[in-house]
Design a protein around this ligand. Structure first.
Ligand code: MLT
Length: 248
């Protein structure tokens, strides 16, 4: 059944009023949204997002000793004194199980803050694609797909994913950004080599390749590894896993 869906190619294009009453999905395929899904799927109890490194450090220091891990990046690399970087592959059960991950990234955690006006804020990535779709369809409210971008620029991998989700929701009259994303997805997803090439040659992909992190790109391009959807409780500033088991 068609469901209203709107793509924002960058957070700068969000209309905060339009988000009210709807469900926002933060999309930062490389790598924040992929990494948050991994953290929760591998046993972290919550992820607490912060825009600044200073705020993240202060929040971690205020949590009971031994309960928190600091994770995130600046310039794609682990921040000095942090326990973890922003590679989804670092977030393994032996490391994150039972911990609160206090998290800050360059673009992803900032995009999240801009989704605050929405009634509900979810995190989407290829690794939890079908789970996300099921939650969106069961919710039924208008969907706002927010591409985090890279350093204020469009990046192809976020647009690909937003286009796929928008296409699946079949909005009746897609606006220009939404139609562009759907067209991009349709043009670049049928051939796996084109799909992979689009992600690797994107702005975010090029940054990671420069840092020797191609394994992260490969992981982020995998589909449906996890059956959970991270959801942000803005009041508590906690992202926790929404179970999709009960969602039809
Ligand atoms: C971000 O939020 O800026 C990204 O996830 C950057 C990265 O790939 O680490």
């Amino acid at each position: 059944m068609p469901q209203p869906a709107h793509v924002y190619l960058l957070p700068a294009f969000i209309d905060p009023i339009a988000l009210q009453g709807g469900v926002a999905v933060v999309i930062d395929i490389l790598r924040a949204s992929t990494t948050v899904v991994h953290a929760l799927a591998e046993g972290a109890t919550a992820v607490m997002p912060f825009e600044s490194v200073e705020d993240a450090r202060a929040a971690a220091a205020a949590l009971p000793p031994g309960s928190a891990l600091l994770g995130g990046e600046r310039g794609g690399e682990r921040i000095e004194g942090f326990d973890l970087g922003n590679s989804p592959l670092e977030y393994t059960p032996d490391v994150v199980s039972g911990k609160t991950v206090v998290f800050t990234t360059t673009n992803g955690t900032r995009a999240l803050q801009q989704c605050r006006p929405a009634a509900r804020v979810l995190i989407g990535a290829f690794v939890n694609r079908d789970a996300l779709l099921r939650v969106l369809q069961s919710d039924g409210r208008p969907v706002h797909l927010v591409c985090a971008g890279t350093d204020g620029h469009l990046t192809g991998e976020d647009i690909l994913f937003a286009g796929e989700i928008a296409a699946s929701l079949e909005p009746a009259e897609p606006d220009v950004q939404t139609q562009l994303a759907i067209d991009y997805w349709q043009a670049r997803s049928a051939d796996p080599a084109v799909f992979q090439g689009t992600i690797r040659s994107s702005r975010g992909g090029q940054n990671l390749l420069r840092l020797g992190m191609s394994a992260d790109i490969d992981r982020a391009a995998e589909c449906d590894l996890f059956d959970l959807v991270p959801e942000w409780d803005a009041q508590a500033n906690q992202i926790v896993a929404t179970s999709v088991r009960d969602v039809v």
